[in-house]
Ligand binder design. Structure first.
Ligand code: HEC
Length: 93
């Protein structure tokens, strides 16, 4: 019984996470971020983005510079998505 609950709740949280990344991907694609960027931009470089907080900050900077109308939580979702896909930092709130 307990095992089943664990399996089911794992499944749901995986699905929720997946949906969140899908949404963030859409936001990211719609905002034309890739007009200036390519995948090689989003790697950990020395003296650049080196943790999750800094990643959130540059995503915000780029969002404001380009007048992308995301809510703060959407911006955070996009940071999470980029982190998941590229940077792989340990995420802290
Ligand atoms: C008009 C061009 C432009 C657009 C559009 C743009 N950016 Fe940027 N972005 C830059 C520049 C310039 C930098 C700084 C590059 C550097 O210092 O290496 C940067 C840096 C970044 C970085 C840090 C890269 C790293 O690891 O060093 C991230 C992440 C990023 N942008 C995300 C985004 C996102 C998300 C969007 C869409 C909302 C976006 N950018 C749209 C120009 C742009």
């Amino acid at each position: 019984m307990f095992k089943k609950i664990v399996i089911i709740s794992c499944l749901f949280s995986t699905l929720a996470l997946y949906a969140q990344y899908e949404e963030a991907k859409e936001l990211f694609d719609d905002a034309a971020c890739m007009e200036c960027h390519n995948n090689e931009d989003f790697v950990v470089k020395k003296n650049k983005v080196s943790d999750f907080k800094k990643l959130c900050r540059v995503v915000d900077a780029c969002r404001f510079n380009n007048e992308v109308e995301w809510f703060d939580d959407e911006s955070l979702d996009v940071s999470r998505y980029l982190n998941h896909k590229f940077y792989k930092f340990k995420e802290e709130e």
